[in-house]
Design a protein. Structure first.
Length: 118
């Protein structure tokens, strides 16, 4: 399994970015995919999660109403649309994937830097 994250960059507060995570190496019909982030000096934290076969999405309270996770089955790609960005959203964002039967995420992408200036 390979996960390739992209789309990070520098944006002003209030702006938007869309991250992409291209997944390859197998079919993901019984998997869940997620975005995590890690800010300097802080632990990695959960951002959003989606099940490849459907069933809705889940978000951290800090991003609810601003971020949207979605997927394109044909492209095997998961997206994170980030709106109304805040300086506290600055972090390296990672995509992760795992079978739905596994509690922890087994596979991780390389991360993409998001920097929000005030």
């Amino acid at each position: 399994v390979q996960l390739q994250a992209s789309g990070g960059g520098l944006v002003q507060a209030g702006g938007s970015l869309r991250l992409s995570c291209a997944a390859s190496g197998r079919t993901f019909s019984s998997w869940r995919l997620a975005w995590f982030r890690q800010a300097p000096g802080k632990e990695r934290e959960f951002v959003a999660r989606i099940y490849w076969s459907g069933g809705g999405a889940n978000y951290a309270d800090s991003v609810k109403g601003r971020f949207t996770i979605s997927k394109d089955n044909a492209k095997n790609t998961v997206y994170l649309q980030m709106n109304s960005l805040k300086p506290e959203d600055t972090a390296v964002y990672y995509c992760a994937a795992t079978p739905i039967t596994t509690p922890k995420y087994d596979y991780w992408g390389q991360g993409t830097q998001v920097t929000v200036s005030s």
